[in-house]
Design a protein around this ligand. Structure first.
Ligand code: MLT
Ligand code: ZN
Length: 475
């Protein structure tokens, strides 16, 4: 890994390549490029390269590779694990994809879109919607997170339960490799068995094997009917039972099934202006249900009402509200999507983005809560997330009177305690946020032996100088 400041001649050379078009910024330490949105990671960088084409990105990387200078690709910088922040020693340059935002092609007949990596996920969704299609990837930070970032982290989010992760939506990629070669793999074929599946190597690699500059994404038919309900529940077991009943009723219709705890909801209502609980009384547990179908005659509403009526009758659900308008739908989603922001406003938090088999989510919630409360009396469990995928953000908020820095100083201890439970439940320590700079230390314990060894050999083969996103993913 490069561990010295970039050589003196790097900036003038980069300026000569990118300067005339204003594609290089000499960075100040206060730039947003140097810090993640939660303000947990602060780095330094001498320059931010902002290429407008894959060729320009290639020029930058080739130059950095020749001089052994680390390159940190950055999209919306919304990583939860410090995946896009440069190191503190100022030895790495940031490569921002902000200028590469074009929709190169959108084909409603093939149901594909070819889009550049710096486009926000929201812009990609909007372009798909304008063409009468759906890009079925949705995450809380979609207004800022970029296509390159969600692919590099294999983002999951709210619709994974029906449409899969980012990985499941990629047909082709354009990637600048660590030696500067541009791989144009922007194929939009549904079938293509021609050797190793390279695109999947770069998806989820967090920029450590190259920079994704454009992608071909699969689109889905636009839903014609959407129903959203918000439910109060007596327990996580009841949430799981409700999920099973919805799936039994119409397995194809469940587009999101999100769990929220009473503690998280209290923080949202306290910190996010304009949020209101759409139910008569607060509860200990909540679920957000989204059903969707491209069929015009599916009768979603009647089906949802039938499932909820039965669940209310036998006490599986305590109370429920079904959205009657787009405004109500957005208001309900906001209660879920503002959890991360509400936690940030409340104080310091430690995030555990874990997954277990769906059937074991209630056990995870109970056992990990007990473990954390025993470790640190007063710690507040704010668990929420994509219950339909078994992916819970088992987040911990600092005890009210505790100093935030003292709390964060114990982050490994807290994460490790949660992960002990996760391991016993056959889960994973990172479900959708990736490994970044926060979790490489966990890799040997979870992915050691042949798995980590293979990853390290791939890294060395593609990036022998360790230029791409140094210090991330691998220990
Ligand atoms: C979300 O689903 O809102 C984010 O992935 C989670 C988080 O704040 O941990
Ligand atoms: Zn999430």
């Amino acid at each position: 890994m490069p561990d010295t400041a970039p050589p003196q001649d790097l900036l003038p050379t980069l300026k000569a390549i990118l300067g005339p078009r204003g594609l290089l910024t000499e960075a100040a330490d206060t730039d947003p490029y140097c810090e993640d949105w939660r303000r947990l990671y602060r780095g330094r960088t001498p320059a931010v390269a902002r290429p407008a084409t894959a060729r320009e990105a290639s020029d930058v990387i080739r130059l950095c590779a020749a001089r052994g200078v680390g390159v940190v690709p950055q999209g919306g910088n919304t990583s939860m694990v410090g995946g896009a922040v440069p190191a503190e020693d100022g030895s790495q340059i940031v490569l921002s994809l902000a200028r590469m935002r074009a929709v190169r092609d959108l084909d409603p007949a093939d149901m594909t879109m070819t889009i550049e990596a710096g486009a926000t996920l929201k812009a990609a969704q909007d372009a798909a919607a304008e063409a009468g299609c759906l890009l079925p990837l949705s995450i809380s930070s979609e207004g800022t997170a970029t296509v390159g970032g969600v692919l590099s982290t294999n983002a999951g989010g709210n619709n994974t339960v029906r449409h899969g992760n980012a990985r499941d939506l990629v047909l082709g990629l354009e990637v600048v490799l660590p030696d500067g070669q541009v791989w144009n793999g922007l194929r939009r074929l549904r079938k293509d068995n021609t050797g190793y599946c390279l695109r999947q190597l770069f998806v989820g690699a967090e920029g450590t094997l190259g920079v994704i500059t454009a992608a071909v994404l699969k689109l889905a038919p636009r839903p014609r009917e959407i129903e959203i309900a918000f439910c109060a529940l007596p327990s996580p077991e009841a949430a799981l039972a409700l999920f099973a009943r919805l799936r039994q009723h119409d397995p194809a219709a469940v587009q999101a099934f999100e769990y929220m705890s009473g503690a998280g909801m209290e923080l949202v209502l306290k910190h996010i202006p304009g949020t209101v609980l759409p139910l008569s009384a607060p509860a200990g547990h909540y679920a957000l249900i989204e059903l969707a179908t491209p069929r015009p005659d599916a009768g979603l509403r009647a089906g949802l009402e039938a499932v909820l009526e039965a669940a209310l009758a036998d006490g599986t659900v305590l109370d429920a509200a079904i959205a009657e308008s787009d405004a109500q739908r957005a208001a309900i989603w906001r209660l879920r999507e503002e959890h991360a922001e509400a936690q940030k406003r409340e104080g310091a938090s430690v995030k555990n983005d874990v997954s277990v088999p769906v059937s074991r989510v209630p056990e995870l919630l109970r056992r990990a809560s007990e473990a954390c409360e025993a470790l640190m009396p007063g710690i507040r469990v704010v668990a929420f997330g994509h219950m339909g995928d078994g992916n819970i953000h088992f987040n911990l908020e600092q005890p009210e009177a505790m100093d935030p820095a003292a709390f964060l100083a114990r982050d490994h201890e807290i994460m490790d305690r949660v992960n002990e439970v996760v391991r016993e439940l056959d889960g994973s320590f990172s479900a959708e946020h990736g490994v970044g700079r926060l979790k490489p230390y966990m890799m040997p314990g979870w992915r050691g032996g042949a798995e980590l060894d293979t990853m390290q050999r791939i890294k060395r083969a593609l990036d022998p100088k360790g230029v791409m996103n140094p210090g991330k993913v691998l220990p």
